[in-house]
Design a protein around this ligand. Structure first.
Ligand SMILES: [Zn+2]
Length: 109
């Protein structure tokens, strides 16, 4: 898998600070996090943990989960806790699994 590095203002949630640093990724995992400057914020690029949307009805987007994910991830959302009650209201229990399956189960009417 590909390796790469990216510089930016790293948002350290645990220590409630922002510093300019370098993140190196290898094989899909962060392998190093290096501080370049502890005080200065440079530019407008920020690196922070992905967001988890704690309550979403994906079916309200009128998209299958895979299409929803492609749009959400570019805005920093890397996960959702999905509530499929709307599709269940429309088509009953048979609709619920469709909220978790991509493309192969699409029964929106
Ligand atoms: Zn809900």
């Amino acid at each position: 898998m590909q390796s790469f590095s990216v510089k930016g203002n790293i948002v350290d949630i645990d220590n409630q600070q922002i510093f300019y640093g370098l993140v190196t990724v290898a094989n899909g995992k962060i392998v190093t996090l290096t501080t370049v400057n502890t005080d200065t914020k440079i530019g407008a690029d920020y690196i922070l943990p992905g967001f988890i949307d704690s309550h979403v009805q994906i079916e309200s987007s009128m998209l299958v989960p895979s299409k929803f994910a492609k749009l959400a991830v570019v805005h920093g959302t890397v996960g959702t806790i999905s509530d499929p009650h709307e599709i269940a209201n429309v088509v009953g229990l048979p609709g619920v699994p469709c909220s978790f399956v991509t493309l192969t189960c699409y029964i929106f009417y």
